[in-house]
Design a protein around this ligand. Structure first.
Ligand code: FMN
Length: 495
């Protein structure tokens, strides 16, 4: 779907009854975050437009939009599917879009350049940036902004989502993990002793945050995948002070440079993270030295609440469960793992756990699947635990998984594989604090676990089981179901 910009997306949401405007005064200091938390609910709440934010009723920016993709129905709308599309349908459409490419086009000018601020005019406090939670280390300005960087060798423009908070009025301390694509881009600049240019894009069509939050291989520009999702090229303009390009109709862009000189570092963290815990404890980290802000007239600020807990879902949870499933399924396909029939990441863990359903053709297939996933950049911070089940197990139903776990998993038969010392998630508190030091180690440290809950193909086919490796289940035979269903009322039951 082409929405044109954030405003087009908001209008579409309004028409579809998916938008709630908050006109009562709401404070940026913890109140707005708590309203969003309650409204997002279990992934069934509306998108939110805050029109009356304390201290920002007048001035450069008076509105904030959040929660555009915090519900599956709205992910369906972005993909041009019916609102009641199933999760598997969303994953299949996303797989297709991820394999498509539509190159962006460069245009001369666009609304994002209606206002251009440089030098002393730059003041990040002019924007209604929430302190989302009390324990956040500051006011997090970069929560769902698409951060643009380029590959020095190829020129490829990367769009990623990487957290950052207001430091001074013109600095954004940030957290760079080397295993993320901007981390790779940054290393090339650092090796040359140069600062890396960045542009942070706030507010455009929903395909921007959706793609920016997806770990494509390093040579892929998210702009091309966004083009595939919307079915039309993204129109870009050149930035003012950095050699990068941004969507011409974005609400706002912050341009700047990041140095690798520890003398420039500023305090960053902690932040209420996707794990549901505060993570990335306060430490001196890299910062964006802001060189320009460009924005539309009456810009709408764009950000989101992180932190998923049971029965408390949000934009990242919902997006991740679609993105991370689609991406993993494409990786399995490309790696030649046969027989994959469904892939699912439950929303509550943002892709930390991956469920794969397969039709087994040969032994070792579950291990092949897990290894294919764990070898890719997509598994940084994600896919810690992989379950592989047979086709008769519904991976969207925890009871089915639990039953398979109970009777198709036997650690003595090698059904639980532990791969120690892999790259991990530096904000996962199940990793010791000392092992979560990003500047020292670059990433977290995980033992990854495969739970192979498929029928063990090392077992011999048994004659007494009709040539199968496992006994029959107690499911009644079709003819017995037929008799009982037909006579059900005769037995005195209502339905
Ligand atoms: C709301 C939200 C916040 C995120 N915050 C971060 C972050 O602070 N640091 C990070 O490396 N990844 C973060 N991610 C995940 C990355 O966006 C994701 O891994 C993406 O693939 C990064 O782009 P890249 O693969 O081009 O590096 C966040 C994702 C979302 C949806």
């Amino acid at each position: 779907m082409v929405f044109g910009d954030l405003r087009g997306w908001i209008e579409h949401l309004r028409k579809e009854g998916e938008l709630h405007e908050v006109n009562a005064e709401v404070h940026w200091d913890c109140e707005l975050g708590t309203v969003a938390r309650k409204a997002f609910g279990e992934g069934d709440g509306p998108a939110l437009l805050f029109n009356n934010i304390t201290d920002y009723q007048k001035g450069r920016c008076t509105r904030l939009f959040t929660g555009g993709l915090s519900k599956y129905a709205r992910v369906a709308m972005m993909l041009g599917l019916p609102k009641n599309a199933s999760l598997t349908e969303l994953v299949l459409a996303t797989r297709k879009a991820y394999n498509g490419r539509v190159k962006p086009v460069l245009v001369k000018d666009g609304p994002v350049r209606e206002n251009i601020l440089k030098g002393d005019d730059i003041n990040l406090y002019d924007f209604p940036i929430p302190k989302w939670h009390r324990e956040d280390g500051g006011r997090y300005i970069n929560t769902l902004a698409g951060i643009i960087t380029n590959d020095l060798d190829t020129g490829r423009l990367n769009v990623g989502i990487y957290r950052g908070m207001i430091g001074k009025k013109n600095t954004i301390p940030t957290l760079i993990w080397p295993a993320q694509n901007w981390g790779g881009d940054f290393q090339k600049y650092a090796d040359r002793g140069e600062e890396m240019p960045v542009a942070c894009v706030y507010g455009w069509e929903p395909s921007l945050p959706f793609c920016a939050a997806t770990p494509f291989p390093p040579d892929v520009s998210e702009y091309e995948v966004m083009g595939a999702i919307r079915g039309a090229p993204v129109e870009l303009v050149k930035c003012e002070t950095v050699p990068l390009m941004v969507p011409a109709s974005a609400e706002m862009v912050i341009e700047g440079y990041i140095s690798n000189d520890p003398k420039t570092f500023e305090l960053e963290g902690a932040f209420g993270e996707f794990t549901g815990y505060f993570g990335g404890e306060t430490a001196l980290r890299h910062k964006i030295r802001v060189t320009a802000i460009t924005h539309r007239n009456n810009p709408i600020f764009f950000g989101t609440l992180e932190g998923t807990l049971p029965k408390m879902l949000n934009e990242n949870s919902i997006m991740s469960s679609v993105q991370r499933s689609a991406l993993a399924w494409n990786i399995l396909d490309r790696s030649g793992v046969p027989g994959v029939t469904d892939v699912h990441c439950p929303a509550v863990n943002n892709g930390t756990t991956l469920m794969i359903q397969i039709r087994q053709r040969y032994r070792g297939q579950a291990k092949q699947a897990a290894m294919a996933i764990w070898g890719t950049n997509a598994s940084h911070q994600r896919y810690k635990h992989i379950w592989v089940v047979d086709e008769d197990i519904d991976i969207h139903d925890y009871a089915s998984l639990d039953w398979a776990y109970a009777y198709r998993v036997n650690a003595a038969e090698g059904d639980i594989l532990v791969v120690p010392g892999t790259f991990g998630n530096a904000i996962d508190p199940s990793t010791r604090l000392k092992d979560r030091d990003t500047l020292k180690f670059g990433t977290g440290k995980w033992a990854r676990v495969l739970i192979d809950a498929t029928v063990n193909m090392d077992f011999e086919p048994e004659e007494q089981y009709g040539g199968k490796r496992y006994p029959p289940t107690v499911h009644p035979h079709p003819e017995d179901w037929e008799t009982v269903n037909r006579r059900w009322k005769e037995y005195g039951f209502k339905e």
